[in-house]
Design a protein around this ligand. Sequence first.
Ligand SMILES: C[S@@+](CC[C@H](N)C(=O)[O-])C[C@H]1O[C@@H](n2cnc3c(N)ncnc32)[C@H](O)[C@@H]1O
Length: 275
Amino acid sequence: MMCAATLPKPSKQVKAYGQPTRGKTAPNRLRRVDVYVCLAHAELLSTPSGLVVDVGFGAQPYTTLEMAARWQAYNPTLRVLGVEIDPERVRAAQPYAMPPQLTFMLGGFNLADLIGAQTATIIRCYNVLRQYAEQDVQPALNALSKALREGGLLIEGTSTPSGGMAAFDVYRKQDGALVHQALVFATNFHQPDLPAEFQTILPKRLIHHMRDAAPVAFFAAWQRAFAIAQGMGIRSRRKQWIAAAEWLTENSDFVFDRRRRLIERGYLCLRTPLL
Ligand SMILES: C[S@@+](CC[C@H](N)C(=O)[O-])C[C@H]1O[C@@H](n2cnc3c(N)ncnc32)[C@H](O)[C@@H]1O
């Protein structure tokens, strides 16, 4: 365990890119994102001594600690780094550090300046960009991408306060550029108003575009798929979710990840970015 007042030194002393925002977080808030990666991208978690980064962990480091507990159970050699732009929050996290497997550092979206020659296998930046302006999103993603290794994933999204619902973009670094892979909707099935409630937690790049043609068409098709499932007398929310996903896959032009293990666990993974 480290001394509470000590911060690990970044490889270069440069100003962190971004600004501190509200630090609200909660235990298990990002469980659905952690589980998604295990179900959909386990091969990335197997990288020996791979580095995974949780950017903007908040006032308490729950999300980084839980990421470490879940993903290191899969691969104990994984190195987990929590990054925050607020120095007090980094100090508060230090008693939980277990270097070199779990560390916390002061930094911003310019992660590459922090980790130097290393590159990350997975970067998650969650419930962070929602507090920025829409025009800040792409520059922030581009900056984060510089710290990502070729083939690595960047996950950016928003959740409800408890984390029962989440919506996130998954990007892969290919030939040096970020390529959108999926827009993922995740639920623990406790919400009465699916899929409409997802419209309130869309990633920042989409939240102001709900009236654009593609999001309108997608949500109308998904709502119709739920209505058909309900009309068939399906009562359980999980079964409605699965039936709606099957209907959408077969009857709409939208393209989805068809893996049953994702759909049955409450993930709808849309292959198009909707914008
Ligand atoms: C709402 S909290 C999110 C906490 C956690 N990720 C979660 O989902 O529960 C957002 C945190 O991101 C931090 N933050 C904002 N901009 C940042 C940046 N550029 N780099 C690192 N952290 C940042 C804020 O200081 C704040 O603590």
